[in-house]
Design a protein around this ligand. Structure first.
Ligand SMILES: [Zn+2]
Ligand SMILES: [Zn+2]
Length: 389
């Protein structure tokens, strides 16, 4: 058994077999060298003496490589610790690596990082002290520069067909814009921001930092309210590489009738319709019978009709008597005279009062809440429900 003695290929000294096996295990292939030779060449940590770091004075982002990145830092000492961790390289054999740091503020923009590193290599504890100077340059990142310069790449115009968007629709557009940006920021997109939100006489204009955001906002608006979107490109400039840069305007047109409005369709004897949805084809319910109505493909979300009022204009009035299955007598809320009106199937015969709408088309009983919401249809309109999102 004396033939299996190992020798260090570097210095020729015999190697204790157990430690040679341990070293092989750590280093993988290649002949093992003795401990003395190993620690002669061993470099525990590699660290620069000085690190220069650019930090955005507005948002605290740090410039790394060619990009600005958000770091989770409360102050410049935090930034310095982050940068040292990024810059220090530890020998691959080291186990149980740990480091401690005592930051010393040299001046406003300079921090000396007294660093103490410990670990274990080949079963032996190793330690090293280094002093790393971190110099911080306060700058303005691309994003903050753009925000300060009112930069925008895209405009979303919120308009409506034959009417002005309601304040609810405008508010919703603002929420959607803010949420879209927040969602993109959460995925690490630093270039997403709303430059400006302006309410105009005919709706709202939203200036945003990228075309992608503009597209997302307009798509979400028509997903929620129906209507359509058109986009138009305008060449604004060429970038430094000679590429043409376009600014895209997304023109959102909300449908003419919104859920909750009561309309009188042209060339139609079926009675006024309470609009329930304007996404795709206009859908609603007849306020004379309670039957459902859906506009044809050609009419889409804008059938020829006139506006009579909206569910929020309804007045609560007294039910005088139920005449038969098609008629009911209620008090006219203005004259207080009993009137016979059509009895829709959503009318509750036990009700003492009901909401009615008085309009050019006469007096009509409206549902207490939209009957569609009782039928479990997909996303029914309920004017009394608080919006959850
Ligand atoms: Zn050796
Ligand atoms: Zn910034």
């Amino acid at each position: 058994m004396t033939t299996s003695r190992a020798f260090c290929p570097r210095c020729g000294d015999p190697i204790d077999r157990e430690s040679a096996a341990a070293a092989e295990g750590e280093e993988g292939d290649g002949p093992a060298i003795c401990e003395g030779c190993y620690f002669t060449d061993f470099e525990f940590v590699e660290a620069p003496e000085r690190i220069d770091v650019s930090v955005c004075a507005q948002c605290g982002a740090v410039h790394r490589g060619r990009r600005w990145v958000d770091v989770d830092a409360d102050d410049y000492t935090d930034v310095a610790i982050e940068e040292v961790s990024e810059a220090v390289a530890v020998h691959v054999d080291v186990r149980e690596f740990a480091w401690q740091v005592e930051p010393e503020q040299v001046d406003e923009n300079t921090i000396r990082m007294h660093s103490y590193f410990t670990g274990v290599a080949r079963g032996r504890p190793v330690e090293e002290e280094r002093s790393i100077l971190v110099r911080i340059a306060r700058q303005t990142c691309t994003r903050c520069g753009r925000i300060a310069g009112d930069y925008y790449a895209s405009t979303v115009q919120i308009r409506a067909e034959d009417r002005t968007p309601t304040s609810e629709e405008v508010e919703r557009a603002r929420e959607i814009a803010e949420r879209t940006v927040a969602e993109m920021e959460a995925t690490g997109d630093r270039n997403a921001f709303v430059t400006e939100f302006t309410e105009t006489d005919d709706g709202a204009d939203i200036k945003v930092s990228t075309n992608k955001i503009g597209k997302k906002i307009s798509n979400k608006m028509i997903e929620e309210f129906g209507g359509s979107v058109n986009d138009a490109e305008t060449l604004v400039t060429e970038d430094e590489d000679g590429n043409e840069v376009y600014r895209v305007t997304f023109a959102v047109r909300l449908p003419p009738y919104r859920p909750g409005e009561v309309i009188d369709l042209a060339d139609d004897e079926g009675g006024p319709v309470l609009v329930r949805s304007a996404r795709g084809n206009l859908k609603g319910v007849r306020v004379t019978t309670g039957e459902r109505y859906e506009a044809g493909y050609e009419e889409g979300d804008s059938p020829d009709a006139r506006r009579l009022g909206a569910i929020e204009d309804a007045q609560e009035t007294t039910v005088v008597t139920v005449e038969d299955e098609n008629a009911v007598q209620v008090l006219d809320p203005e004259t207080f005279q009993a009137e016979t009106v059509a009895r829709p199937d959503y009318f509750d015969p036990d009700a003492e009062t009901v909401p009615v709408l008085k309009s050019r088309a006469g007096l009509h009983v409206l549902p207490d809440h939209d009957p569609a919401s009782d039928e479990g249809e997909d996303e029914p309109y309920d004017p009394y429900a608080d919006r959850q999102n």
